[in-house]
Design a protein around this ligand. Structure first.
Ligand code: TTP
Ligand code: MG
Length: 369
């Protein structure tokens, strides 16, 4: 059966995280990277938001050139911890949409959705819901490419950025690929591209039409691989190479900052409910973490480790976990309006653990920030 593969890539990832956490950045050019030092800086641009790209600014460009192109842009140093955290939030959402999820970097992932989508029409609508869920639950925007192979899905995700959904149907795959530059073929680095160019092989179409025997004699087995991919044939599976997740979380950014503690608690209960009754993961867990971000963008977490693992479907688990969650959130709420609330389960055990009476109590707070 033909596979249905998504490639999800976050839009202007670092810059979007910064804009999410500081809405004043939303409509001005933002450049993340080295300190421009008034045009004398020596580092490079990590990324730029779309408003800054209008000035020709892009990743890996010297920061001094970016400064020259747009001195009025906001220049920020990267905060990797923040991006890592945002990446976890995104991947948690994606996990809920995939038969198999393969995270390939901080801001991109492949999803095999063959079983759940069943056909191309449903795949497209699944991609739109995924995009909406990522935006709702993380405040960030992504682009989705849909096709029958990883290579094709990756090419697709780049075609309508930002916030695009692009489907390349298998029937049109060869035609869509043909005019693209060879460097977009998986495995074709700058050196191979230069070598191919000497033989007038400039586009994916040129490569697809080349003689595979000649390619193999010139580039070894790599040559044959390139020829296969250029012909739309990429056998790589989407693989979950990360083993069972070490934690599962869920969080919600309020459309308007929440002023009533009861509203925050009810939302947290709903998120918990989703985690405890996840169809795909019923492992017992021992740690619950809550997170609260107030309207001034201060984020704090509290965690509790129960004395024994809790079975998510066990009698009384919901109540116990809710009580622990309420106690921690009560402690974190100090009258400031709340922008985001999150909950996370971790410290998983593989089989339902023996629950003792001690499991009814709470033990100690393990993290506070
Ligand atoms: P990309 O996905 O390449 O870029 P992007 O997400 O910023 O923008 P796009 O909408 O075009 O996808 O890279 C993801 C992040 O990786 C990016 O936000 C910053 C970081 N990065 C660097 O630090 N240096 C680089 O040269 C590149 C390409 C990315
Ligand atoms: Mg990206």
């Amino acid at each position: 059966m033909e596979r249905i593969v998504f490639h999800v890539d976050m839009d202007a990832f670092y810059a979007s995280v910064e804009a999410r956490d500081n809405p004043r950045l939303a409509h001005v050019p933002v450049v993340i990277g080295a300190d421009p030092q008034g045009g004398r800086g020596r580092g490079v641009v990590s990324t730029a938001n779309y408003a800054a790209r209008v000035y020709g600014i892009h990743s890996a460009m010297p920061i001094s050139r970016a400064y020259e192109a747009c001195p009025q842009a906001v220049f920020l140093r990267p905060s990797f911890e923040k991006y890592k955290q945002a990446s976890h939030e995104v991947m948690d959402v994606l996990r809920g949409y995939a038969d198999v999820l393969e995270v390939v970097g901080m801001d991109e992932a492949y999803l095999d959705v063959t079983r759940r989508a069943r056909n191309w029409r449903m795949a497209r609508s699944l991609a739109h819901s995924l995009q909406a869920a990522v935006r709702r639950r993380t405040g960030l925007s992504c682009s989705v490419g849909i096709s029958c192979t990883k290579s094709a899905a990756k090419i697709a995700s780049d075609r309508r950025k930002p916030h695009g959904v692009t489907l390349i149907h298998p029937d049109e795959l060869k035609d869509v690929l043909a005019p693209l530059p060879v460097k977009l073929v998986n495995g074709c680095g700058p050196k191979t591209a230069a070598a191919l160019e000497e033989w007038d092989i400039l586009t994916v179409g040129d490569l697809a039409d080349a003689d595979p025997v000649w390619l193999e004699s010139r580039f070894g087995s790599h040559g044959r691989w390139l020829w296969r991919v250029a012909n739309g044939d990429d056998p790589r599976e989407v693989v979950d190479d990360h083993g069972p997740s070490k934690s599962r979380g869920n969080e919600r950014t309020f459309l308007r900052d929440a002023r009533h503690p009861a509203h925050v608690l009810t939302t947290a209960h709903r998120l918990l409910d989703g985690l405890l009754h996840d169809r795909h993961d019923g492992r017992p867990f021992q740690t619950l973490t809550v997170k609260l971000r107030t309207s001034d963008f201060v984020t704090r977490t509290r965690a509790i480790t129960f004395p024994a693992p809790l079975d998510p479907k066990g009698k009384g688990t919901d109540e116990r976990v809710q009580a622990a969650c309420d106690a921690m959130l009560d402690e974190l709420m100090d009258g400031r309006a709340v922008r985001l609330v999150g909950v996370r389960l971790s410290n998983f055990h593989e089989s339902p653990g023996q629950q003792t009476l001690a499991g009814f109590g709470m033990q100690h707070v393990v993290a506070a920030a």
